[in-house]
Design a protein. Structure first.
Length: 165
């Protein structure tokens, strides 16, 4: 004879059973997300969607320091149907460079006191043609805080990028 546990004997009413059912049904997905987060690296190396999702930047090791390149644009063409270029660059000889493939980040080294922080680097902003000091902070395996600044980090702007791979 099999023993059967009735929901009411466990003190679970209709709402409790519904919640229990949802938790049980969601557990494979939750487990997959947890497993994915557990193996996702706490490093900025990888492909990141920039704030607003307009581009993807690939960050990689470049001779012991991290660098990053634009590898994808949501809107790669300008109003004339031609590739978007680095038109705001102060060096006129570089204004015809395509934005896709453009070096964006360079020179980052891991902070000795905080393994989730990379400092000493620069970020180029093709919207204004300027290069800023920059700090990268891995908030979690899927979130990168990118802080560009002039002089002091407190005088800057932070963007949140999300892992795209």
């Amino acid at each position: 004879m099999r023993t059967r546990i009735m929901p009411m004997r466990l003190g679970l009413g209709g709402l409790g059973m519904a919640i229990l059912y949802l938790l049980m049904a969601a557990s494979p997905a939750a487990a997959a997300d947890a497993a994915s987060a557990a193996v996702a690296p706490m490093t900025p190396i990888g492909v990141w969607a920039t704030a607003g999702g307009g581009s993807h930047v690939k960050i990689e090791d470049c001779g012991g320091k991290l660098c990053g390149t634009i590898i994808w644009l949501k809107e790669p063409l300008n109003k004339e149907g031609k590739d978007k270029v680095d038109s705001e660059n102060p060096d006129t000889s570089l204004r015809t460079r395509k934005l896709a493939g453009l070096p964006l980040l360079r020179g980052f080294t891991q902070d000795q006191s905080d393994s989730k922080v990379w400092t000493g680097g620069e970020i180029y902003n093709p919207n204004d043609g300027k290069t800023y000091s920059c700090k990268l902070t891995v908030q979690d395996p899927r979130t990168l805080r990118v802080r560009g600044y002039v002089g002091l980090s407190i005088l800057g702007k932070t963007q949140i990028w999300t892992r795209a791979e």
